[in-house]
Design a protein around this ligand. Sequence first.
Ligand code: AMP
Length: 406
Amino acid sequence: MGFEKLGLSKKVLEGITAAGYENPTPIQEQAVPIIINGKDVIGASQTGTGKTAAFALPILHKLEEHGNLRCLILEPVRELASQVLDNLETLGKGTNLKSLLIHGGVGYGKQIDGIKSGVDILIATPGRLLDLMDKGIVRLDKIEILVLDEVDRMLDMGFLPDVRKIVTKIPRRRQTLFFSATMPSAIESLAKWALNEPEEVEIGQRQGVAETISHAFYPVASGQREDLLLKLLKQTNFKSVMIFTRTKKDADTLANHIKKQEPDYSITVMHSDIRQKDRQEALAGFKDGKFDVIIATDLAARGIDISNVSHVINYQVPENAEDYVHRIGRTGRANREGDAFTLLSADELDHATSVEKFIGQKIEKRKIEGFNYNYTTLLDEDAPTPEKLAKVFRGRKRGGSRRRRR
Ligand code: AMP
């Protein structure tokens, strides 16, 4: 089914052509008509499914012509907010609607000038928006459509109280669109409070991962992590690779190690200690192919739209299984093939099991030919698995107590 059947205006269809989209994704097919109809929506959809356009298209359709500030889109992080702006600008090419980005970490001047010049759509992170509301610069009394995006991420970042404060300043007669990949109780109660008889849009499993991604664990003794990663990079025919580390320090150390050992790779690093301007440069450079490797912490994992990532490598197994899904969401986007590799050491087995449970599949363990492995039980096929060890241990405990009773 093409986009024409979704009931979008000619001007919006022009934007879709400019973006190069041929057919709507499932979430767009479901959500666009509901939103055009004026209903509230609660959507569970991973990034990478075309979620942004699913709300951006009907918003552009409904706002039609330049006028007042009528739409607010709240995003948890600036990178995500700036991506939503890019999407709106491309898809809105055929309209005269104006969108503006508001986030912290930069000066106020341009943002204030932007608001004063008149905008229709504001894309904002909660902190700076509240700040500008307190200063009397932004008023939300004409908002007709409110989008709360990546609400689970807002919860993680402690933004829910700010979100509530913002929502109370928006007229109750509005349309609210609410997106969250997971729905813990705090989010459910926020949804009940903010939404009015919403229609649910759920694409696939809430915790699902794109089917086009293939997963593999690479077992390694923890002292050999850096070397195995280099070997893995060398043997992989990658176009662009995103490596995730658990800490900022790991990201910096690993980047230096790779630069020293393999000066031919062009590498950039992205984490929260890096200035906003440099982070934007890193992201832009990675997107346009100036860098072929980006090393990032989870800050960069959520929602960032880098659609050409051929490989995601987890330098460690993420402690939080949900982070695995968000990290690997950088590859296999919009039905492209992708690979997700994860280095695994013996002390991370519990996390590995949680990841497998979370995504509902067993992940294959692979060895790299010709790598000089130090021994780890993970590589030893005859070695007892943790499950077997646990059984033996439980058996021994039972035996021991029987003896004592006698
Ligand atoms: P999102 O889930 O919004 O982060 O979108 C993921 C990627 O899919 C982005 O690069 C979008 O530009 C792209 N995309 C969104 N909708 C479509 C579509 N209908 N056809 C092709 N690509 C799309």
